[in-house]
Design a protein around this ligand. Structure first.
Ligand SMILES: CC(C)(COP(=O)(O)OP(=O)(O)OC[C@H]1O[C@@H](n2cnc3c(N)ncnc32)[C@H](O)[C@@H]1OP(=O)(O)O)[C@@H](O)C(=O)NCCC(=O)NCCS
Length: 253
């Protein structure tokens, strides 16, 4: 049984392209409940279907270790915005993110956690998206940077906003421009418009470089403001996971 320390956040990473063994994939399929099996079969593109299967196997195998139960028996409920939690221990906090080539699962003991990953070279109209979604002060800071730094800042903000929303569990019902991030010598800070009743001192954020040109953001909410430690590891579900160093991303100030 895995028992994370009160202030540990375990980060489980999988490159789904490395999982190809047909027997292993059959074993993953055996773990799915009927609802997951139906969702699995509905995917049109093979790579999305494959990523869903590997994600479910990761979540079930990893959470089964924390709960000391068989992976197929882990039961989930969802809040009204779709955030999953474990029925047997709603205090066990976890969050999943996936993109092409990387799946990441964050697990911690009591504090709500959110995680988001994006491929840094993904083509996107960042000026259009930033002006549509980001807070005015974030856009002003973005355009003060050299043009060469815009793409990275865009994904820094995007993943941090997603990680915050995913920790809160409210999804996109919280307007993305009602909270904003700053990048300074003290690290990453969050600020809230008057509409959001939240306290910046309750939040800790990490912005990390993940193998394969991915940006990974993690957010944790703890009113006691304890200092948290990330424990990243990489592997494949039902196989071995090895500790991994995830460097903090360098950000322009
Ligand atoms: C669902 C959402 C929470 C994240 O979606 P996403 O970034 O597309 O996907 P991710 O891979 O990071 O996360 C998906 C996982 O988050 C979890 N999740 C679902 N709803 C959630 C919620 N309300 N809160 C937290 N986690 C949630 C699930 O485990 C889900 O996995 P599943 O799809 O395999 O069931 C939501 O924020 C969303 O729809 N975002 C759309 C993207 C966007 O417009 N972003 C703007 C950022 S500036």
């Amino acid at each position: 049984m895995l028992e994370p320390a009160q202030t540990d956040i375990d980060i489980w990473l999988v490159d789904d392209r490395e999982v190809a063994d047909p027997d292993l994939l059959d074993a993953y399929r055996e773990l799915l409940n009927p609802e997951e099996t139906a969702r699995h079969q509905r995917f049109i593109f093979t790579r999305h279907r494959h990523q869903f299967l590997v994600s479910r196997a990761l979540v079930r195998c990893v959470l089964g270790q924390y709960l000391d139960c068989a992976p197929a028996t882990v039961e989930f409920s969802h809040n009204r915005h779709g955030k999953p939690q474990v029925v047997a221990d709603p205090g066990l906090q976890f969050n999943l993110t996936h993109t092409n080539g990387l799946i990441a699962l964050a697990v911690t003991k009591r504090a709500p956690v959110g995680i988001d990953v994006e491929y840094l070279s993904r083509q996107a109209d960042i000026v259009k998206l930033a002006s549509r979604y980001f807070a005015d002060e974030e856009n002003r800071a973005l355009y003060r940077l050299p043009v060469a730094a815009w793409n990275q800042r865009f994904y820094d903000l995007w993943t941090l906003k997603e990680a915050y929303l995913k920790a809160c569990g409210t999804g996109l019902t919280t307007p993305l421009s009602d909270f904003s991030f700053t990048f300074g010598k003290q690290g990453i800070g969050i600020g809230f418009s008057g509409i959001i009743a939240d306290d910046p001192a309750h939040w800790q954020f990490w912005l990390l470089d993940a193998p394969g040109t991915f940006r990974l953001s993690v957010a944790v909410n703890d009113p006691a403001a304890q200092t948290y430690t990330l424990n990243p590891k990489m592997g494949i579900p039902m196989g071995e996971f090895r500790p991994l160093v995830l460097p903090a991303a360098a950000f322009a100030q």
